[in-house]
Design a protein around this ligand. Structure first.
Ligand code: AMP
Length: 203
């Protein structure tokens, strides 16, 4: 868990590779929803506005995905439990919850600067990508429709109002591990690994 732009997706990918279990992104499942799905249009409209899509749509996609054989030894879920209703509707039963923290201003900066390269599919940031690299991808960089300042602020409001309540519950249940998300992806990942080690070794 973590506010928009905290690097959840990046850390999730690194952790997925490290642990050898799949990363399942709810936002990703929704963006990849087949155009032929009867409720695709409806989901797209919510996403464009930066609002949460109806739970039943998202839950159905998650349940289908986690029933695939590659999830048998576990999986990392990014983007569920954004508000209590998510878990009331479908609770996958988390073993551990990682929470990556960054200040709100940093979220807005990272998200409004986020671009996806249409040729290699990689995510870049116009504030941190070296100029030469930026030149190379020029013309291919696209901005996600919900990465505008307005939509980001709407998503952050949900995060600070609703998601924080769920995080407080995870803390009470003893499942929460908090990670400082400021730094390079490698620095943050070192913190993730050592926090998991500490937990594993019971220190
Ligand atoms: P993300 O890629 O995590 O930023 O999510 C993008 C969008 O997907 C969100 O703004 C929501 O519209 C939708 N979404 C992601 N996770 C959920 C969820 N747990 N419940 C409902 N909608 C979601």
């Amino acid at each position: 868990m973590g506010p928009q732009g905290s690097g959840k997706g990046t850390q999730g990918e690194m952790l997925s590779e490290y642990l050898g279990i799949p990363l399942i992104s709810v936002g990703g499942l929704l963006r990849e929803m087949p155009k032929t799905h009867p409720r695709n249009k409806e989901a797209e409209e919510y996403m464009e506005r930066g609002e949460l899509v109806p739970y039943d749509i998202a839950a159905e996609l998650i349940q289908e995905r986690i029933s695939l054989p590659d999830c048998i030894n576990g999986y990392i879920l990014d983007g569920w439990a954004r508000e209590k209703g998510n878990l009331e509707y479908f609770n996958p039963g988390f073993d551990l919850v990682l929470h990556i923290l960054i200040p709100r201003e940093e979220s807005v900066k990272r998200i409004t600067g986020r671009r996806i390269c249409s040729s290699d599919g990689e995510t870049y940031n116009i504030y941190t990508l070296p100029k030469e690299e930026l030149e190379k991808c020029k013309g291919n960089l696209i901005q996600r429709e919900d990465d505008t300042e307005e939509a980001v602020n709407r998503r952050l409001d949900i995060y600070y109002n609703e998601t924080q309540k769920v995080i407080n519950d995870f803390e009470k249940e003893g499942l929460l591990i908090e990670i400082d998300g400021v730094g390079t992806p490698e620095e943050v990942f070192e913190r993730v690994k050592s926090a998991l080690d500490v937990r594993k070794n019971g220190r």
